[in-house]
Structures are given as C-alpha cells and as structure tokens.
Design a protein around this ligand. Structure first.
Ligand SMILES: Cc1cc2nc3c(=O)[nH]c(=O)nc-3n(C[C@H](O)[C@H](O)[C@H](O)COP(=O)(O)O)c2cc1C
Length: 395
C-alpha cells in the first residue's frame, strides 16, 4: 500500500509551479498557529524581509551563443556526490506540519539525491529517520549543557550512520517571535477557543494531527527518557540546551567528532578565520531565516566576505530566504558551495507531505538548471561570478 501522503499529494499539488504556490497551499492547509510558526520570524521580521530584498539586488548575468545542450547540476560536498548543490536543512517540530514530517523530508531529499539534515528538535527518532533517509544523512546539533550526555548523544548519532554534523551556534537564547506569542503556539498545542475554532476550519490538518497524536521531541525523549521534564517543548529545550557555550566548546566538539563538522549561523570574515583555525570543515552562513536577531543583515550580503576569508579551506553553504532556483544560482555565483533550505521544503511538506516536499525540490532543480543554461553555464562551477550586486537603498 502506498503511504497516504504520496496519494493525497498530487491532486492538491496540481498547478503548484513555484515555492510561493506551495507557501499558499501550506497557508490554506495548516492551522494558523502552525503556519505562523513556520512562516514567521523574530521581532518585526525585518531581517527575514531583508534576506529577500538583498537577493533581489543580486542580478544574474545572462549569456548567449554558448552551447548549453548538455548540462549537469551535480556536485560534491564532503566527498559525497549530490544531484544538485542543495541540502534540506534542519527544522524542528516537523511533525506539527505533517505526520512524521521528518521522515517525509528525509524521503524527499533521498529521492532528489540531496542530503537531509535531521534536527535535534526532530519529532521522529534517530532510527526512524536513518531508515527513511538515503545515505546522505546529516545531523544538526544543539549543544547540550551536560558534556557527558552530549558525548553519549554523538555516539548514537554516529551509530545511526549520520556522517556530517552541523552545530548550530546562533541560538544561545531562543528568538522572540511575536506571531508565536500572539497565537500561544507551543507543543503540546495549547487549545484556546481561538485555536480550536481555527483547527476546525483546517479540518484536514486537525484530522491528521488527531490520527498521529501530539508530536513530541523524540530525540530528546530517546536520550533523556523521563529526565526530559517540562510541560512544553520550549521548557525541555531550555533545560537541556547550553546558552553558555563558546569557541572552547567548539574546540571540544572538534575533538569528539572526527567526521565533517560544520558551524551553522556564522556570517563574518572573523568567524571564518576562527573556524579555519579550529579545523572546522564547513559553515552555513545563516541568520536562521530571520528567526533569531531581528536587525541582522542578509546572508547573501555577508556571503562574499565570508567566502573570501574561508580561503577555500571551508565548505561554505548559505541559507535564509532562498525560495527559487535563481536564488540558488545567485548564491553559487557569489561563491557558495551550496544552499541549505528551510521554509522552501517545509511549505511543500505542509502542503502535501512527502509529495509536496518532493515538488519543492523538483521546482528548485528545474529553475536552477534553467538559470544555469541561460547564464551560459553547463555545470555548477561555470556559474561562479555570473552575477552583479546592485547597491540597495541607503539605510
Ligand atoms: C519552522 C522552522 C524550524 C527550524 N528549526 C531549526 C532547528 O531545529 N535547528 C536549526 O539549526 N535551525 C532551525 N531552523 C532554521 C533553518 O535551519 C534555517 O536556518 C532557516 O529556515 C533558513 O531560512 P529560510 O527558511 O528562509 O530558508 C528552523 C527554521 C524554521 C522555519
């Protein structure tokens, strides 16, 4: 029997041609508090908007009369061959968007030939994700307070075949996201009268959640058992995660993890230099999709300086605001080795489970390939430098 989401997907997805279309489907499908949790950002959402504005100011340079009849999006990251320079990035609480959302994203990534990064805040367990994901499975770590537990945790991650580790470094404290505060969003869901009424309006989502049961932080539950105390997920996270970790802990982690290690949330040339000095393998230039420091600059603005300071010693990924294949082409043109996705695949997941996430990845692949051809590039390497950056309005 086919999984339910694979069957339900295609009908709803008919006519979804862009990530913006998938976002609109997600908006209609999800209870408002869940859509806002995914779509929202910190503060006045200025950084989230700026990520997009800055991408609009990067112009690709079309090229003509070049033979682009044979093209390839293939690339290699950390010795692993990828179908395109894209990674499905870590997002927590995926089970709130779709039942077993982590598994859906993992399957979609495997089908597209790109890595899936499992979040520490996943709502499925390590074993389940390892079984659903292809060989390209990475793990995102939030640093735990207790080093003994962290060591045990890393051992489990390794045993489940996750080869690449991404340490998220831009969350010493959680961002303040007004939409979540207004909606009273938390897990387990808080059923105010307004949220109940809204769930009734989004009955398909509500029925899926009833069938699944309330999503929980499975990775934490597996690791901590009954020690994962707290009434809500944010309480559990606050108890277990360390807000005091510094570059010293990064050095410690480097000793513990012999596989490829990335830091997620760097942006400045100085960050690149420090990461190189510690023998880190890569970085994700990220502002967490504008969900942490509202007022921070756009990642595409920071990218060229970071790439220069990385001096080819760090594999450089970038995220935050990427919604099309042309956005991805711009990042590659400015020197990134790849783009990590957050909301783009989440909108697809929320619209139609695995099928929706697969649709998101195929839209991005088609758009990227087209952009490449129209820029006169036959492969990802030839995209380098094929853009100009226009100054934005003075702020
Ligand atoms: C709903 C949601 C949950 C997220 N959860 C995590 C997480 O658990 N760990 C993490 O490192 N980043 C997390 N992020 C940040 C993403 O990995 C990524 O940095 C961000 O979404 C990129 O911006 P974009 O969504 O505009 O592409 C989350 C983002 C969203 C939208």
């Amino acid at each position: 029997m086919k999984p339910r989401d694979a069957e339900a997907g295609p009908r709803r997805l008919r006519g979804a041609a862009t990530i913006a279309d998938l976002r609109e489907l997600a908006r209609r499908e999800l209870a408002r508090m869940v859509f806002d949790y995914i779509d929202g950002a910190a503060g006045e959402e200025r950084t989230a908007a700026r990520n997009r504005e800055a991408l609009e100011r990067v112009h690709l340079l079309p090229e003509v009369l070049v033979d682009v009849s044979s093209r390839s999006l293939a690339c290699t990251l950390f010795g692993e061959p990828l179908a395109m320079p894209v990674v499905v990035g870590p997002t927590g609480l995926n089970g709130a968007a779709w039942p077993r959302g982590d598994l859906c994203l993992a399957r979609a990534a495997a089908a597209a030939g790109v890595p899936f990064v499992m979040s520490t805040a996943a709502t499925s367990g390590l074993g389940e994700v390892a079984a659903a994901a292809g060989p390209l499975r990475w793990f995102q770590l939030y640093m735990l307070r207790d080093r003994g537990l962290a060591r045990e945790f890393l051992q489990r991650v390794r045993e489940h075949g996750f080869r690449v580790l991404e340490l998220t470094v831009d969350t010493p404290v959680g961002g303040r996201r007004p939409r979540d505060i207004r909606n009273g969003f938390t897990l387990p869901f808080r059923w105010s009268a307004a949220n109940l009424l809204d769930a009734a309006r989004h009955w398909r989502w509500a029925a899926r959640m009833l069938r699944q049961g309330t999503p929980e932080l499975k990775v934490f539950a597996e690791l901590l058992g009954s020690a994962a105390r707290g009434d809500t997920i944010s309480e559990v996270m606050q108890q277990q995660l360390s807000g005091s970790f510094t570059w010293d802990e990064v050095a410690w982690l480097r000793e513990q993890w012999t596989g490829p290690l990335l830091l997620k949330g760097l942006w400045s040339p100085e960050h690149a230099r420090r990461a190189r000095a510690l023998g880190i393998d890569g970085a994700v230039v990220s502002n967490h999709g504008g969900r942490q420091l509202d007022g921070a600059g756009a990642t595409i603005e920071a990218l060229p300086g970071f790439v220069e300071a990385a001096r080819g010693e760090l594999t450089v990924l970038v995220d935050s605001g990427f919604r099309s294949g042309t956005d991805i082409a711009k990042a590659i043109a400015l020197g990134a080795d790849g783009v990590q996705l957050g909301r783009a695949t989440l909108y697809g997941l929320a619209a139609a489970g695995t099928a929706g996430a697969r649709r998101a990845l195929s839209i991005l692949a088609q758009e990227l390939e087209l952009a490449m051809a129209l820029c006169g590039a036959r492969n990802i390497g030839e995209l380098r430098g094929r853009c100009v950056v226009h100054e934005g309005p003075r702020r």
